[in-house]
Design a protein. Structure first.
Length: 151
């Protein structure tokens, strides 16, 4: 007997808005950027020695003062726009920020802070399988680079 997955359960699940970056995916990007700071991490999944947890509240912390290149894979819930805005603002201060985001090109945050503002947008081919996930993500992803020289 075949088992079928209820795709609506998979796509619209709100059990978590945290999607842990796959280590191999991060390692490839880290080879290029040499990250100093992970701005959205837990003690368990931090990708850099220096990182902010939910308790540290990376939205309230200055990123530029102590670090040169930040990795950001934010919570993908309703707060994502605040994180994208913060990444953009920190880049305006000279910080290089590289973000792993859902490719939601129809959103306000995409148009306000990424479109014509990011240094680069790289669309991820296929669907990522986030660390600890049973299935591939139900959404496409993109890597957004704010070079610290954004207009």
């Amino acid at each position: 007997m075949k088992k079928y997955i209820d795709i609506s359960e998979l796509m619209f699940s709100s059990q978590t808005n945290e999607w842990e970056t796959p280590q191999d995916f991060f390692n490839e990007i880290d080879k290029e950027f040499h990250f100093d700071l992970d701005v959205c991490a837990t003690d368990k999944n931090a990708k850099c020695d220096c990182y902010f947890t939910k308790q540290d509240d990376g939205l309230r912390q200055p990123w530029f003062t102590d670090f040169g290149c930040a990795w950001m894979n934010p919570p993908y819930g309703r707060e994502i726009g605040k994180w994208v805005k913060k990444a953009y603002e920190e880049s305006r201060n000279g910080m290089v920020v590289v973000c792993l985001l859902p490719a939601r090109t129809d959103t306000k945050w995409f148009h306000d802070y990424i479109y014509h503002k990011a240094s680069e947008i790289r669309f991820v081919r296929g669907r990522l399988k986030f660390s600890g996930a049973k299935y591939n993500a139900p959404f496409p992803c993109m890597v957004v680079v704010f070079s610290g020289l954004t207009p």
